[in-house]
Each structure stands twice: as C-alpha cells, then as structure tokens.
Design a protein around this ligand. Structure first.
Ligand SMILES: *Cc1c(COP(=O)(O)O)cnc(C)c1O
Length: 477
C-alpha cells in the first residue's frame, strides 16, 4: 500500500468550509469586541492544559480550531479592544488581518530575489521617505519592531563614525559615546549592549519639567566627552516617550548634532507616524533632519503585529553596514537572482516575512488622511481625559499631556499602593486596561490612547471604575 504524504487537504471542499468558518469566527470576534471583557484572568486549569507533550499524531483542524476559540482567543492581552489603554499597543484592523492571511498564503520570503513583494516593500519605503522628507537615496526596511530598528540605526551610525572596517575589526580602542534622555525607552541602552559598545557608553541627558531632553545639557556633555578624548557618535532623541508621550525638541537636537558632527537618530516608535496628522505633525518639526528614524506601523499605524520600520537617510551607508558576499546569494542580471540590492543587504535578517503587505493594504484601503485623523482623534481623546481628571477632585494628573498619554492617580495616603491595587482590579474588571508607570517617584495610572476603536465612553468607563475602586480600596486599606 502506498500512502501519499502531503500536508495539503485531501478533501478540499471540506477544508474550504472549515476555512470560511475560521474567517467568520475572527470577523465575528472583531465586530463584537465591545461585548467582551478587555482581559480576563487565566484559570490555572486552563494554563495547565498547555503542558501536554509533543503530539505524535495529528488531529482534525476543526478540533484544534475549537480549542483556539475556547482556550486561546478569550485569554489574549486584549489590545484590539477599545478599553485597552496599557503600554503602547495598536488595535489592528480587519483589513490588516486579511492582508496577513494573503501574505501567509503566498508564503513569500522577502530576503531578496526578483519578485513583486519586494517592490511592494520598496514602495512603502518610498512613501515613508516622502512622508519624512528624506532624499531619494534613503534606505528603509521592515523589521520586527522599533527595538530592532533602533539597533540597526546604531550599527549604521557606528559605521559612519568608525568606518566599514569596524565590521571586521570590532571597536578596538575606539571609545564611542551615545546620548539619550532619561525618558528614552529601555531598548536604547540594550542596543548599545548588543552592539558590543556597552551601555556604560550611553550618557543619560536629564529632562526638563516637560519631560523633554535638556538640550543645553546634551551639548555640554558632548563637549566634555570630546575634551576627555572620547568619540561622541550617536544621539537618540525621542518623538513620543513611552512614559508620558513627550516629544524632544527635535530642531534643537538636529542643530546640536550638525554642529558637533554626531549622528541624529529619532526613536519615533509610535509618535513618528503623527506626521500623517496635519494637526500634530508640526510638533515633530526637525524630524526631517534626522539621519535615521525608527518607528512602528503596529502602534499608531494600526497595522497588526509585528511591523517595525527603519528609515536611514544615507542608504549606501546602510548597505555598507550589512551587505555580505556569499556564494549562495550571488546576484545576476536576469532571472530570479536579479534585482540587487536586496532587503537582506540592509539589515541582519535574511529570511523575512511579507510584513510590507499588511502596511501596504492598510495605507491603500484607509488612505494616509484617514490614518492621520485617527492619530488626531487619539490626541483629542487624551485632552478630553485630562479635562475629566482636572474636574474630579479625587484624581490628580501626574504629567502634562503632550500627545496621547495621560498619567494620573487617585489621591490617597499611601497612594502608590492604592493606585497599583486600582490598576490590577481594573484589569480584572474587564472594563478598562491601563498600565502603570512611575512619574517623579510616584506610581501613576497610565492611559495610552492608541487604538482607533477607543471613544469618550471608554474613557468615562475607565474613570468611573477607577473612582469606585479607589473609594472601596481606601475604605478597606
Ligand atoms: C514601543 C516603543 C519601543 C519599542 O518598540 P517595539 O516595537 O516594542 O520593539 C521603543 N521606543 C518607544 C518610544 C516605544 O514606545
């Protein structure tokens, strides 16, 4: 007896019915998100079922799908839900979901070769180049997220400072120094660690009262380091700090970087795409002068995870930092091996998924104007939330609202413990899911409005629940 071994369906019509059911279930989920809790605690018995060993034999797709619907879908983070306000998470869209399905169906590998999927990525690169006023020779690349994008920018800046030989010889005696503000994301020191430069070589520039980098301090630190014989090479400014949403004075940083001959990088993880909003874009003035910009389509761009992006003014330098000759990656004038340079020449990834497709679909279907309006609306909602907090004596704001992040707390003796309790209970309530942060030493309830589905009613729900939880917690504590 011969057994035909294939992973494709043997009964296509039955598979097709099951496939449509799976699609319908996800559309149903998205349409009725509001009726669900944002998040719910995971029963221990359910968690334990994920301890089962490697299955030797397969199961029905329908059976595994049922398990997904019952055991996985209800226990995700909930960032698609309008009540999700934690950290900085995008909401995603049904259009993005469908584009992911198409990309998975093609199973395209965008490391290189002559294929239209690479042209789609190059088109998004050109759109972003134009959005940020970068020149024609700028290089761009989809990556997992801004953590990776910041790391790539740092490596290109290292080439700019030390020359392409640094790839072979390492840092040697070079003592390169980088600068960022105290409000920077933790992936900036990590990038220095990964690059072998070490996070001790990162100067933390203090912030002013608006949580922006103190640019006078930046320049004197650069001068002092140069005086001491060190090599200042990289400034990472932030457009939208993760704690409070502050935007560094990018024009001032650009001027210092130019004067001092230091690379000017912008971590615009979520904030950079505010360039799509005519109302908010002026706040980012100066970003056009950056040497590199890192940002995420999966945050304010509403593209499903993951879709990070790096844009580098000098695309040739980016190529020199990463391109490697390899016999099995030989380029040719014709055939599949044409079309050099390839995306794998511009970053550390060789095999790469078709992330560009979901960004391309999102931009094509909604249009840049609509995506910008979503960003404008998030900021308007943050101002609304700020006003509600100001008019409620039991609450206080802990930081000025710059873009879309609001940090506040319930006034109480022992406020840190009370507010941390409020946030955990909020999560368990399923009504709203903010996160916490520490602002000037105080624990804050932190609401980041990123999701396009969030409305005033969701913010009212957050405050109403936080107040009633605060009242009952302070009674029992
Ligand atoms: C989210 C964020 C990052 C990290 O981006 P990932 O996509 O999670 O890797 C870096 N910087 C800032 C300011 C962020 O908000």
């Amino acid at each position: 007896m011969t057994v035909s071994k294939t992973l494709d369906p043997t009964d296509w019509p039955a598979f097709r019915l099951q496939a449509h059911k799976m699609l319908d279930d996800m559309l149903e989920y998205t349409e009725h998100l509001r009726e669900r809790p944002v998040w719910q605690p995971i029963p221990q018995a359910l968690r334990d079922t994920f301890q089962e060993p490697l299955p030797r034999e397969g199961s029905d797709l329908a059976t595994v799908h049922l398990r997904f619907m019952r055991d996985i879908l209800p226990y995700a983070v909930g960032n698609a839900h309008p009540g999700f306000l934690g950290w900085v998470h995008g909401g995603g869209t049904p259009v993005g979901m469908l584009a992911e399905m198409l990309a998975a169906g093609l199973n395209a590998n965008l490391g290189g070769r002559d294929q239209i999927p690479v042209e789609v990525e190059r088109q998004v690169v050109r759109w972003m180049r134009d959005l940020f006023g970068f020149p024609q020779g700028a290089g761009g690349l989809f990556v997992t997220g801004t953590s990776m994008a910041n790391f790539i920018a740092l490596l290109v800046a290292r080439t700019a400072a030390l020359g392409i030989d640094v790839r072979r010889s390492g840092l040697g005696a070079a003592r390169t120094i980088a600068y960022t503000s105290a409000g920077a994301h933790g992936c900036i020191p990590q990038a220095l660690e990964l690059a072998g430069i070490g996070s001790d070589a990162l100067r933390i520039v203090p912030m002013d009262e608006r949580f922006q980098m103190d640019t006078a301090a930046l320049e004197s630190m650069i001068l002092a380091d140069r005086e001491a014989g060190l090599t200042p090479f990289f400034i990472a400014a932030t457009a939208g700090t993760v704690n409070v949403g502050a935007v560094d004075d990018l024009q001032a940083v650009a001027a210092i970087a130019r004067r001092q001959g230091v690379w000017f990088h912008v971590d615009g993880a979520y904030g950079a795409l505010a360039m799509l909003s005519p109302e908010i874009a002026p706040r980012l003035a100066g970003i056009q002068q950056a040497d590199s910009i890192a940002f995420d389509f999966h945050k304010w761009g509403q593209v499903p995870y993951d879709a990070g992006f790096i844009l580098i003014r000098d695309g040739a330098l980016q190529y020199e930092t990463f391109a490697s000759p390899a016999a099995y990656l030989q380029r040719e004038p014709r055939g599949l091996a044409a079309g050099s340079p390839w995306p794998c020449d511009l970053g550390p990834d060789l095999s790469r998924g078709f992330r560009a497709l979901k960004a391309w679909f999102t931009i094509q279907v909604y249009g840049a104007r609509m995506l910008g309006e979503i960003i404008t609306e998030s900021c308007a909602l943050a101002r609304y939330l700020q006003e509600q907090i100001r008019s409620e004596p039991k609450l206080e704001l802990l930081a000025p609202v710059s873009l879309n992040i609001v940090c506040f707390r319930y006034r109480a003796p022992n406020a840190d413990a009370v507010n941390s309790e409020i946030v955990m209970a909020l999560h368990e309530s399923g009504i709203a899911a903010p996160s916490t942060s520490t602002i000037n030493g105080s624990l804050a309830i932190r609401a980041a409005i990123v999701n396009h589905r969030t409305t005033r009613a969701d913010l009212d729900g957050l405050l109403r629940t936080a107040l009633s939880l605060g009242d009952s917690i302070t009674k029992t504590m």
